[in-house]
Design a protein around this ligand. Structure first.
Ligand SMILES: Nc1ncnc2c1ncn2[C@@H]1O[C@H](COP(=O)(O)OP(=O)(O)OP(=O)(O)O)[C@@H](O)[C@H]1O
Length: 337
């Protein structure tokens, strides 16, 4: 990964209400209103793809905190269009008087991992690294209310549990950097309408309309149908996601307490004293925190069955979970790769 800093232009004078400077437009930028109650550690970074949402976010941030915002663009090299994205980012940043850091990554994907997932992971790692090298403690991302609904529907389509149904967090930490998603309550159409009416340029990623991707099918087909039947779906779905996140936080607390009780590695006799639901919760927590292993629903069910049946000294437990195996070792369970 190599960082290519562009020259630092001087900040522009900008109107106070979120409208776009120099465009003759007086429409307020909805991203600016979303930033009003928000106070990240300054100076702050904006993860800037050149797409509609992060463009609206960058304009709003540059106006809200003049001279205190840096843009970071990750050049993926995944698409032929990547050079074009970079050029658009450079032009916009020069116009806005915002320094731009371009980071190049080439994300290969491991067997069983989707290229999009590999690219996303590489992107967050690159953003965190670039932010640290720029002395930024916080970076803002442009995901909006429609992205949140899509994420929730994707999770439902996979049969996800509470962590998936929690959808995207408004704040999380990675690589020592705090990431914020201040636009999670702003509808996509409001951002796009402001950009178009204000004549602010942005890049339309051609892969965003490719309906071979589930997310794009959700966007193109399900969201319009939801809009027809449940016009409040953005708010109500987001509320459900927040309920799920809250419930998940409680389960995580309970899992930590139960893990302290059953011990590491978990003692089978103590596990058997817990309800089946608590066993499942603490085992998932143990496997993930200690071994980064996520059991499938079927694997966990089998493991619970074997624990229940483990009543004699010679009873064996041996079950494949993720890339390794859960086994009985005397009075406890162990995970072996
Ligand atoms: N190449 C990139 N460089 C920097 N940040 C990025 C990049 N791609 C995505 N991001 C950040 O992650 C957020 C979500 O990514 P996503 O892929 O949904 O957006 P996008 O459609 O590429 O761009 P946008 O959200 O700006 O329209 C973006 O809003 C942006 O903040």
């Amino acid at each position: 990964m190599a960082a290519t800093p562009t020259p630092k232009p001087t900040p522009n004078k900008r109107p106070p209400d979120g409208s776009a400077a120099g465009t003759g437009s007086d429409i307020p930028n909805p991203a600016f209103a979303a930033l009003e109650p928000f106070s990240p550690v300054l100076p702050v970074g904006v993860a800037y793809s050149g797409g509609a949402d992060s463009t609206a976010l960058l304009h709003a941030a540059a106006q809200r905190w003049p001279g205190q915002v840096s843009a970071i663009h990750v050049h993926h090299g995944l698409q032929a269009a990547a050079d074009g994205f970079e050029r658009t980012c450079e032009d916009s940043c020069t116009g806005l008087g915002v320094p731009l850091q371009v980071v190049r990554v080439s994300a290969g994907h491991a067997a069983g991992q989707s290229p999009e997932d590999a690219a996303r992971r590489a992107r967050y790692a690159a953003l965190a690294q670039a932010a640290t090298s720029l002395g930024l403690q916080a970076v803002m991302l442009g995901q909006h209310a429609d992205d949140q609904v899509e994420t929730l529907l994707l999770a439902l389509s996979r049969g996800a549990g509470l962590p998936g149904l929690s959808a995207m967090a408004a704040r999380f930490e990675r690589g020592g950097v705090v990431f914020h998603r201040p636009l999670l309550q702003v509808p996509a159409a409001d951002l796009r309408q402001w950009l178009v009416k204000s004549g602010v340029p942005f890049v339309d990623d051609p892969t965003n309309t490719d309906e071979r991707y589930t997310r794009n099918r959700i966007r193109a087909r399900l969201l319009p149908a939801l809009q027809d039947s449940f016009p409040q779906f953005r708010e109500t779905f987001a509320r459900s996601a927040r309920h799920a996140a809250q419930a998940q936080a409680l389960l995580a607390e309970l899992a930590s307490e139960d893990l302290a009780l059953v011990g590491m590695p978990p003692a089978i006799k103590v596990l058997q004293g817990l309800s089946r639901a608590r066993q499942a919760n603490v085992l998932r927590h143990w496997l993930f925190t200690a071994h980064q292993a996520a059991p499938s629903t079927a694997q966990l069910e089998q493991l619970l069955g074997q624990i229940e049946a483990c009543n004699t000294r010679g009873h064996r437990i041996e079950l494949k979970v993720a890339a390794g195996q859960v086994r009985r070792d005397g009075a406890a369970l162990v995970y072996l790769l």
